[in-house]
Design a protein around this ligand. Structure first.
Ligand code: 13P
Ligand code: SF4
Length: 355
């Protein structure tokens, strides 16, 4: 015997406008070209027409599936423009994304970013389903330190507060006193009573903060493999070639690079700088997609291209975001007892920021 399923009008699935051509590829049709014309107009400065033919079917299907499932996509500033501008619901730096994850009503969040970002969202919103399109999207800083290392540091430096960069695993956060991001690191360090602070794991962020505070800063030997490649010589050469260029650097760059820059800040702070000041020529000493994303919104600004690509961020694609939504994988999970302790460190950071 068959059950008859009567589908209610509002439960009917919209007819997909994206068709599989039989080879497992999504096809670019004239209807799709029309449907996505407005979006393409927005990103055409950084995406060629032939690239759009590949991206558009995925963009259309992801946006439809997101609505159907009540999911949202959070994208970091280093994510490529076809994701950042065409399927993301919210974009920003690590701190902004962590806050957005906890504020949104959506129960399903796809993190277009690296694993520590997805974990931070899960730490702050344990009841939500947090998905990451590729589990290998790591980070050289997060890989540079373990929870056991932090336990040993506590033993070696009893009573010295440990400020942990968010670019770390949940286990490392759980062993820490408080977290920080590149946008609030100085405020967090200054908020602590101790005259000595242990900042882990990014030695360059720590050294850059040490130049701005009277406190004694101890650190760890971690580095960002993307930002450590910039040199002061890069800045000097480009200033000669592009007279008047404004140089912005991320604080994960070495202190020597930071000294040569006109402004140093988180990806969010660099983005605000460009949006507010609209420099004629700008050089971003950071990940490559950031200039692409900003140039879409700032057509009058010339972006001098010297950048390094983050191999982990670049693992996130439209293809794996679509699979992620279709199959609800990969779900980020954290042992509840670790998550509870990590949450304390993240919430202490947010409390300082909100003071
Ligand atoms: P922001 O917090 O500035 O977004 O930085 C994250 C990051 O991974 C930089 O490399
Ligand atoms: Fe990690 Fe550096 Fe990539 Fe940022 S850019 S995610 S710090 S490896």
């Amino acid at each position: 015997m068959f059950d008859t399923i009567v589908q209610k009008e509002d439960q009917k699935r919209e007819v997909p406008r994206v068709f599989n051509n039989g080879n497992g590829e999504l096809e670019y049709t004239s209807a799709l070209a029309l449907e996505t014309a407005e979006l393409y107009n927005k990103v055409k400065r950084v995406i060629t027409p032939s690239e759009w033919k590949v991206h558009a079917p995925y963009i259309s299907e992801i946006n439809r599936l997101k609505k159907e499932k009540g999911a949202i996509i959070l994208a970091h500033n280093y994510i490529t423009p076809e994701i950042f501008h065409c399927v993301a619901d919210f974009t920003g730096d690590s701190l902004q994304l962590a806050q957005l994850a906890s504020e949104t009503d959506s129960k399903i969040i796809v993190q277009a970013g690296v694993h520590f970002m997805a974990e931070t969202s899960k730490i702050l919103s344990p009841e939500k389903t947090i998905l990451i399109p590729d589990l290998n999207a790591g980070c050289s800083l997060a890989a540079s330190i373990t929870a056991n290392d932090v336990r040993l540091l506590h033993k070696k430096y009893p009573g010295i507060p440990i400020v942990t960069y968010v670019n770390t695993s949940a286990e490392v956060k759980a062993e820490s006193d408080i977290c920080c991001t590149s946008s609030n690191a100085l405020t967090i360090v200054e908020s602590l009573e101790s005259d000595t602070v242990l900042m882990i794991p990014d030695q360059y962020l720590a050294r850059n903060i040490a130049k701005q505070t009277k406190k004694k800063i101890l650190t760890w030997q971690g580095t960002c493999e993307v930002h450590e490649r910039f040199t002061p010589d890069d800045v000097l050469k480009l200033r000669k070639k592009w007279s008047g260029v404004i140089v912005l650097a991320h604080p994960e760059c070495t202190p020597d690079v930071v000294t040569e820059a006109d402004f140093t800040g988180s990806t969010g702070a660099m983005s605000n700088y460009v949006q507010d000041k609209k420099p004629e020529k700008v050089l971003l000493m950071t990940e490559c997609s950031m200039s692409d994303n900003l140039s879409v919104e700032n057509p009058g600004v010339e972006f001098v291209r010297l950048c390094n690509s983050c191999p982990y961020m670049k693992l996130i694609s439209l293809q794996n975001i679509l699979t992620c939504l279709q199959t609800m994988t990969h779900e980020v999970t954290i042992d509840p007892s670790i998550a509870a302790r990590a949450r304390l460190a993240v919430e202490r950071m947010l409390a300082v920021k909100n003071k």
